[in-house]
Design a binder for this molecule. Structure first.
Ligand SMILES: Cc1cc2nc3c(=O)[nH]c(=O)nc-3n(C[C@H](O)[C@H](O)[C@H](O)COP(=O)(O)OP(=O)(O)OC[C@H]3O[C@@H](n4cnc5c(N)ncnc54)[C@H](O)[C@@H]3O)c2cc1C
Length: 304
């Protein structure tokens, strides 16, 4: 289907003002890099998401879902077909004794909402800059907490457009992975346990974690957080530090001098700079310590 025809067809599914053509995706990623999407679509209802899935299947058009773009590198050639971002679906509310959060809400806002409701368990998430959908997909975690410890269930759409409710166990949440990632499901909403706690204690823990994060992470620069997963028995940051890689740059991408696990954009980095620096770090750590560093950050899109 040519692009004009695809644009016309999409307007039957989604209001025109929620469809952007040839949209630069660097505005939607935390590294501020990435090429253009053929079509960026911002659905407002679960039905619109479902219709996009069915339409893309019927017409063999690639469909990609982005969250808040905080764990992503989109190559400089961009993404063909349809890119969905669910940021217009961001309600958070209490229902049946659970916190319900739509996929486009940020997990930081869910953590803040939990504090307002005197709910404990989500303090760990107070500084993780992802969306609810991305956090469930990645089983995001920090400071001994992660999504698997607090999520009750999630409403998802399968690749066939079927609506399913998955329980905590069914989601198979493991270290930075889930069944959702393996099967390519789209998360529409997550429901979190609402265990009552003391507001002062919840607030104190959130303040403590915010202090730790601000003192250790280079939050003054764009980045995608920890680039590499923790290799069994090691810490990625320590291996990178001991390889004397901190401060090493390719183009505008630099191994952070503050936290060796982060690669920051010092001004005008491209996704290609990021990817070349990632390869250089992996090669150097392998040569020095014989350890393979696997990326935690997701790398998608086309070469330029
Ligand atoms: C400064 C900084 C600090 C960070 N600290 C932490 C931390 O402490 N702990 C941690 O775990 N992570 C951390 N991260 C990484 C990141 O915030 C998390 O991995 C987060 O869960 C990613 O969510 P996102 O919405 O940004 O997803 P994106 O980066 O947009 O996408 C990541 C993956 O999730 C998929 N996805 C997104 N939304 C959906 C959906 N609705 N349904 C299905 N799949 C979806 C995407 O397709 C993609 O494959 C940090 C990042 C930064 C920049």
């Amino acid at each position: 289907m040519d692009k004009q025809k695809l644009y016309e067809e999409l307007q039957r599914l989604i209001p025109k003002e929620h469809i952007k053509q040839d949209e630069p995706l660097n505005q939607y990623t935390f590294t501020k890099t990435g090429g253009k999407a053929d079509f960026l679509v911002l659905p407002s209802t679960y039905e619109e998401v479902q219709n996009c899935i069915l339409f893309s299947r019927e017409n063999a058009i690639p469909l990609t879902i982005l969250g808040n773009g905080s764990n992503l590198i989109i190559r400089d050639g961009g993404i063909r077909g349809i890119v969905l971002i669910l940021s217009h679906m961001d309600r958070i509310f209490m229902k049946d004794g659970l916190i319900v959060a739509q996929s486009g809400a940020t997990i930081i806002n869910v953590s803040r909402y939990a504090l307002e409701q005197s709910v404990t368990g989500l303090e760990f998430a107070c500084g993780i800059p992802g969306s609810v959908g991305g956090a469930v997909y990645m089983n995001a975690g920090a400071y001994d907490g992660d999504i698997s410890q607090v999520i009750d269930s999630a409403l998802v759409l399968t690749e066939e457009g079927e609506l399913l409710t998955l329980t905590n166990e069914e989601m198979e949440l493991t270290y930075r992975s889930s069944l959702i990632a393996k099967r390519g499901y789209i998360v529409l909403e997550a429901r979190f346990a609402a265990k009552k706690g003391e507001p002062e204690a919840i607030k104190a823990r959130m303040d403590e974690l915010t202090f730790l994060r601000e003192s250790k992470q280079p939050l003054e620069y764009p980045s995608c957080g920890s680039v590499f997963k923790r290799p069994p028995g090691y810490f990625a940051g320590k291996l990178i530090q001991d390889s004397k890689l901190q401060g090493v740059s390719i183009g505008g991408a630099q191994v952070s001098t503050k936290h060796a696990g982060f690669i920051v954009n010092t001004g005008n980095a491209t996704a290609t700079d990021y990817l070349n620096l990632i390869k250089h770090v992996q090669k150097t750590v392998k040569e020095n310590f014989g350890v393979d560093l696997e990326t935690e950050v997701k790398i998608i899109g086309e070469e330029q």
